[in-house]
Design a protein around this ligand. Structure first.
Ligand code: IMP
Ligand code: MG
Length: 169
């Protein structure tokens, strides 16, 4: 059984607001959007269509989770194919949990001298943080719950749910 935790309508509203804020903030700069695969693919595809300013896109893939527990080791699976020096980077995440993935990503990408580095995450679990994470755009802050759907998986399943749910024990 899956309980609905965040409805499709709440998702739509949240994405629209994030897109509006981002469009205002980047009115004078071209954004380079980097969604972190695979979890953020669904959110990112909605988000970029709610952004009204010019943008470019490339994907990066990292992994740190198996089942519902992060093993703490972040592995790069796929790099971007673009030189990001001088570009205004916006990382797009599905959820920031311990903050480890983001810390490793930031450390790696900052070495390539972007003009700026910001993060947009659909969800954030602040009570789970192990490493401080600076997230400019947060959709919804949630309590310590393992969520699925809207791109997020449990053992690679449930990414296609149009809402965000919690698996009932
Ligand atoms: P962190 O490195 O602990 O911040 O974990 C970040 C990544 O773990 C996210 O980008 C997700 O892919 C995954 N993750 C964290 N919490 C959840 C969850 O509740 N459901 C599904 N995936 C999660
Ligand atoms: Mg992710």
């Amino acid at each position: 059984m899956i309980d609905v935790f965040i409805t499709e309508e709440e998702i739509r509203e949240t994405v629209k607001n994030l897109g509006r804020k981002i469009s205002e903030d980047y009115a004078e700069k071209e954004i380079f959007i980097i969604p972190v695969l695979k979890g953020s693919a669904i959110f990112a595809s909605d988000l970029i269509r709610s952004i009204t300013v010019p943008l470019a896109l490339d994907f990066i893939e990292v992994s740190s989770y198996s089942g519902t527990e992060s093993n703490g080791i972040v592995t790069f699976k796929k790099d971007i194919n673009t030189n990001i020096a001088g570009k205004h980077i916006l990382i797009v995440e599905d959820i920031v949990d311990t903050g480890r993935t983001l810390a490793v990503l930031k450390q790696n990408l900052m070495k390539r001298n972007p003009a700026s580095f910001k993060v947009c995450s659909f969800l954030s679990k602040p009570s789970r943080r192990e490493i401080e994470a600076d997230i400019e755009y947060i959709g919804i802050e949630i309590e310590d719950k393992f969520v699925i759907g809207y791109g997020m998986d449990f053992d690679e399943k449930y990414r296609n749910l149009p809402y965000i749910g919690v698996i009932r024990e």
